[in-house]
Design a protein around this ligand. Structure first.
Ligand code: PSU
Ligand code: MN
Length: 327
């Protein structure tokens, strides 16, 4: 892809991409809208360090006053983490952010688009967006899912948050031809809670007809090399994106009952406050952190760094097993 709008790559990222060395994209919405200050800036730093520790180059993505950037500098990250009024840009908003020279954090969908345009194939986030649950309307489905359908980037995620309608999210991904690979798990992880808890569907889902049943991934992989091989083959067959679902380490999981109770309160608060659209996910995340006394925040921090580490391992494997397959 040769974009009309040039994408700024940091010197380090540009050299790594050109040489076929492993690079991991990181998103900036979690920084600007998903986590409170000052934890947000610390987590961004921890993610970049985890990627480096595994021998890959980190590339945090955002729109810097109109410049789509893959590999934000320390100073740019500082501003995105602390400025007020940063735009939350999904795929839909990228053109506005660039054309109107905005400071914008990119969601999973927009980060995938820019990473792909820059030649980066692996991306780590906390959790992908998905189909929301009532009381949000049934048509509130994240643009992350449509971007996964079309853009060949592997997204490493701790599954998706149980604040979403997970069965419907997985059905949409199947319809779109998006593989959901479980990393050392057969069960789709639910972000904050333990896989074992999800077996008893701890968060009642008003839309689910499968309450009490675990949600399966589409395939299980047990090593970074297996994940890389499956993704490379998917792309070589004309596929778009894929999800590598990496469960949160149990020690930092939020007890399922406590999470379910907090979610009920947070959803009611969102409805009362009339929060919808792009503001809904950040609103729910902030309320959940308050309601659980910081437990969801701790879990979020652990899992996003854990995902960055796994993404780097997969990027390393991908650069050796399939140097040209996915460019
Ligand atoms: N996961 C997190 N924190 C976040 C998000 C995901 O742990 O802040 C962000 C991602 O950027 C994701 C976005 O793409 O939320 C989804 O927003 P929406 O539901 O409005 O599509
Ligand atoms: Mn939405």
């Amino acid at each position: 892809m040769t974009p009309d709008v040039p994408i700024a790559l940091s010197a380090e990222v540009s050299a790594a991409v050109a040489a076929g060395r492993p690079v991991v994209a990181l998103e900036s919405t979690i920084l600007a809208h998903g986590l409170p200050r000052p934890v947000n800036r610390e987590v961004a730093r921890e993610c970049e360090q985890a990627v480096r520790d595994e021998g890959a180059t980190p590339a945090t993505v955002g729109v810097w006053h109109g410049v789509p950037t893959v590999g934000l500098s320390e100073g740019q990250l500082d501003e995105l983490a602390s400025a007020d009024g940063v735009l939350k840009a999904s795929r839909r908003d990228l053109g506005v952010a660039v054309g109107l020279k905005k400071l914008a954090a990119t969601t999973v969908s927009a980060t995938m688009a820019l990473a792909h345009a820059a030649g980066v194939r692996v991306f780590a986030t906390g959790g992908i967006g998905g189909a929301h649950r009532p009381p949000a309307p049934a048509w509130d489905v994240s643009a992350d899912l449509t971007e996964l359908a079309r853009t060949p980037v592997l997204v490493v995620s701790a599954g998706a948050k149980s604040l979403l309608d997970l069965p419907r999210t997985l059905e949409i991904l199947e319809t779109f031809g998006v593989p959901v690979l479980g990393y050392r798990t057969d069960v789709f992880p639910q972000f904050y809670t333990r896989v074992a808890d999800s077996l008893r569907e701890s968060v009642p889902n008003p839309l689910s007809d499968r309450a009490g049943h675990p949600l399966p991934v589409s395939a299980r992989v047990d090593t970074p090399a297996e994940a890389a091989a499956a993704f490379a083959a998917h792309v070589s067959l004309g596929g778009g994106g894929a999800v590598l679902a990496n469960p949160l380490p149990d020690a930092d999981a939020v007890p399922a009952d406590e999470f379910a109770a907090a979610l009920t309160v947070a959803e009611a608060a969102a409805e009362r406050a009339g929060v919808s659209g792009a503001k809904l996910t950040p609103f729910l995340l902030a309320r959940l952190a308050e309601l659980t006394g910081g437990k969801t925040l701790r879990a979020n921090r652990t899992l996003v760094v854990n995902n960055a580490r796994l993404a780097a391992r997969v990027a390393v494997a991908l650069s050796s097993v399939a140097p040209a397959a996915c460019r």
